[in-house]
Design a protein around this ligand. Structure first.
Ligand SMILES: Cc1cc2nc3c(=O)[nH]c(=O)nc-3n(C[C@H](O)[C@H](O)[C@H](O)COP(=O)(O)OP(=O)(O)OC[C@H]3O[C@@H](n4cnc5c(N)ncnc54)[C@H](O)[C@@H]3O)c2cc1C
Length: 465
């Protein structure tokens, strides 16, 4: 698979490790703090400033904190508590790409929040982007991120250090963030509300619970009565990992692994220091069309329901879009009796766009990474006909070269037009075009990637670990 996505390469290195501590600020008065008899007293049906809707958010990652910001800035009678398992956020993970749809989403939450993120951004959407032939150091396909953003007056795609993004997202919300508060499970109150049971045994009451607790979600496990991890969890190990011993260190190991690849790659590997290299094994879940996203007054968000391969750099962006939609659905309510319908509305608005993006991410990882090969080349050198990589995969890769930029253009149109998650006929048409293009690629690569990978892209594949 000697083709490299410039974006993926950029995301492989992390900054120096350090810890981000929160001052233990006193959380606002909320149902969480109420004495047990008060917490158990039934909430009125009407949502009002004297009986605001209380939203429990399990998980303070990208999605959970984005939702917290939406609710914080809302004028509606809504309060919230973020229950985060970790007791201390560590600086981990390197940069995250925020595509134009995510930056537009942040801008829609609040101009000031957007400006804070913008101040920490390294812009990539106005540069040359694409897929490079990792051996020959030639562009295989370029994709234009600039024009689709400019024509829609959207911000360019950028990358931001994850800990910096997290710190920005916590600025307004940290009073309502409880660290060391891992959610173990949840139950239903007699008045229809929810009670989250923490790993400490403490019970926290609210009107709604949003499971933003990542790929190994306990909220999902409780909702679907399946294990959070392992067999039956639906979480599939992608197989992209290196488990060998590295006695000389990670950098020499990587340099050896990439022997024969382009000098550009070796330049990057050489200047990357040992402490900047992290191993992050990749897991995802098959597109979840039939699996429940919501049950009663509980809904799942982000990786908890649609973890995806990072090839499109959309996992966090889609978690943000979930947050925007959940916030819109919940802040428009006037009574608690409407909550279930609002969460179902969230699922309905997100299902189609999300299915397309998650499918594309799987497709990109299974077919492009495993199926693509160095493009075949025919030419004359020294008066002789020279043929390079003239195998099936090499020829198909070459034949698809002119089509791929069109595919990318369609994909960006879909992502950028759809960030508000409102139904439109145009979006449906673009979605169908993506399906048609995707199917073409899948058929073309079925023989190279093998039927197992094709199945993976369609949401099948090996049983979860
Ligand atoms: C290598 C790699 C590169 C990536 N690059 C990009 C990129 O460039 N752009 C992009 O958009 N996406 C990218 N992603 C995907 C992105 O990181 C995720 O999709 C995103 O972080 C999901 O956000 P989330 O809020 O759903 O979950 P997370 O960010 O995983 O947050 C979950 C939070 O919940 C907490 N938690 C866990 N269990 C519990 C519990 N029981 N109770 C309470 N709290 C709990 C965790 O501590 C964590 O803080 C990448 C992923 C990988 C692996």
């Amino acid at each position: 698979m000697p083709l490299l996505s410039a974006t993926v390469a950029l995301l492989s290195f992390a900054g120096p490790s350090a810890s981000l501590r929160l001052s233990p600020a006193a959380p606002r008065m909320s149902a969480v703090d109420a004495p047990p008899q008060q917490a158990a007293s039934p909430a009125p049906d009407a949502i009002s400033s004297s009986a605001p809707l209380h939203v429990l958010i399990a998980g303070g990652g990208v999605g959970g904190l984005a939702l917290a910001n939406c609710l914080e800035l809302s004028d509606a009678p809504v309060t919230y508590t973020v229950l985060e398992r970790t007791s201390e956020f560590k600086k981990f993970g390197g940069p995250i790409q925020l595509a134009s749809n995510a930056m537009q989403g942040f801008r829609s939450i609040d101009e000031e929040l957007y400006k804070q993120i913008e101040a920490r951004a390294t812009w990539t959407g106005n540069r040359t982007n694409g897929i490079k032939d990792g051996v020959r150091d030639e562009w295989y396909a370029k994709f234009d991120l600039r024009s689709p953003a400019e024509s829609r007056e959207m911000p360019f795609t950028c990358v931001v250090e994850r800990p910096e993004l997290q710190e920005i997202l916590m600025r307004r919300t940290h009073d309502n963030l409880r660290l060391g508060a891992g959610v173990e499970s949840y139950g239903k109150r007699s008045d229809g509300g929810v009670v989250a049971t923490l790993q400490t045994g403490e019970q926290v009451h609210g009107d709604v619970l949003i499971g933003a607790d990542g790929i190994w979600s306990n909220v999902r496990a409780a909702m679907t009565e399946t294990p959070a991890r392992g067999e039956g969890s639906g979480v599939t190990y992608s197989g992209y990992t290196a488990s060998e011993e590295k006695p000389d260190g990670s950098s020499p190991y990587l340099q050896k692994l990439f022997e024969g690849w382009s000098p550009e790659i070796h330049d990057i590997l050489r200047v990357t220091q040992e402490h900047e290299i992290e191993q992050r094994d990749l897991y995802d879940r098959p597109p979840s069309v039939l699996k429940p996203w919501n049950k009663g007054r509980v809904a799942l968000l982000g990786d908890a329901i649609h973890a995806m391969m990072p090839n499109l750099g959309q996992g966090g962006c889609q978690a943000l879009e979930d947050a925007l939609v959940i916030s819109e659905q919940l802040t428009s309510l006037s009574s608690r009796g409407e909550i279930e319908g609002a969460l179902q509305g969230y699922r309905n608005r997100r299902l189609t766009p999300l299915g397309a993006v998650q499918g594309l991410s799987r497709f990109a990882s299974d077919i492009i990474i495993r199926g693509f090969d160095t493009p075949a080349k025919l030419g004359f050198s020294g008066g002789k006909l020279v043929a390079e990589n003239l195998n099936y995969a090499g020829v198909v890769t070459r034949l698809l070269q002119p089509i791929l930029p069109v595919f990318f253009a369609v994909q960006f149109a879909f992502l950028y037009d759809g960030w508000e998650n409102k139904f439109s006929l145009k979006q449906l048409q673009i979605g169908l075009s993506i399906f048609a293009f995707g199917s073409l690629f899948l058929i073309a690569f079925a023989a190279t990637a093998g039927s197992e990978e094709v199945l993976n892209s369609l949401g099948g594949g090996p049983p979860g670990l």
